[in-house]
Design a protein around this ligand. Structure first.
Ligand code: GLP
Length: 262
């Protein structure tokens, strides 16, 4: 794992977009793993900007999103499909037919989960997975006690997650109780991952995810097992990291990061 701390959310989001752009340019056929949530909006804004100003080309890319609510139609304003179309897909030149999210309305949800795994495998696995972190430490919707080897499946949301996401739905009663999510094991198979977190409300859980013991109670801790995981955070989210001086030193001194200095 490596941890990069930037002064604010805009600088951190810009860095994430630039890392992604570098990967896409190196491999135009990249299979991207994408995430939703408020935190990611700034990354998608920068990617759209890179597409418009520097012709970042998504035409050969494929994408697989981490998760989708069960019972919410793709064209529903609350769905993650709607979020992705709105924030990214309709604003860049990705072929919508090459963008995948689980179908939360599938009649056979278990079959839908198996199909999702098959599709990821069919296209050679995920090259770069973008991840946020929930306040309970989930990645995707891998709520506490998600097996570290879990695959795409249905998961019941915790009361904390329901509260966290309730503002999108106009109240906790309206938030779906279940979601389809890639498993922790599915996520760990990606070739590279970026965990992106901003804001003081993520500082406590982020420190546990990065520096705490690996536990199924906090699925983000599983990323410590990944061979190539970059954690990008702003100062506010970095507040509780014990080794932040070391992380800062790496960013400013290791050659790999020199092209990303501002
Ligand atoms: C949802 C998504 C997660 C995301 C989390 C964080 O729960 N399923 O993938 O990481 O939200 O959301 P936010 O960025 O709004 O804090």
């Amino acid at each position: 794992m490596e941890v990069i701390i930037r002064p604010d959310a805009a600088a951190a989001g810009c860095l994430v977009a630039r890392i992604m752009a570098k990967e896409i340019r190196a491999n135009p056929h990249s299979v991207l793993g994408l995430a939703t949530g408020r935190t990611m909006e700034i990354v998608y804004q920068y990617l759209v900007d890179l597409h418009q100003r520097e012709r970042l080309d998504f035409s050969l890319c494929r994408s697989f999103n981490l998760d989708e609510y069960v019972g919410v139609a793709p064209d529903d304003f609350h769905s993650y499909r709607y979020y992705m179309n709105d924030r990214l897909f309709k604003k860049v030149n990705i072929d919508l037919r090459n963008t995948y999210l689980p179908n939360g309305l599938a009649l056979d949800l278990d079959a839908e989960c198996r199909l999702y795994e098959d599709q990821i495998r069919k296209f050679g696995g995920i090259d770069l997975q973008l991840l946020g972190i929930g306040r309970d430490g989930h990645i995707g919707f891998n709520e506490p006690l998600s097996a570290l080897q879990s695959r795409t499946r249905m998961k019941a949301l915790t009361p904390e997650t329901i509260t966290q996401n309730s503002s999108f739905f106009g109240g906790p009663d309206k938030v779906p109780r279940r979601a389809i999510t890639m498993g922790v094991g599915t996520i760990l198979e990606c070739r590279r991952c970026i965990l992106f977190a901003t804001g003081a409300e993520k500082a406590g859980i982020l420190a546990k995810a990065v520096e705490g013991p690996i536990t199924a109670m906090i699925s983000a801790t599983a990323l410590q097992l990944h061979r190539r995981c970059t954690v990008v955070v702003d100062e506010a989210a970095a507040q509780q990291l014990a080794h932040s001086e070391y992380y800062r030193w790496i960013f400013h001194n290791e050659p790999e990061w020199s092209e990303f200095q501002e």
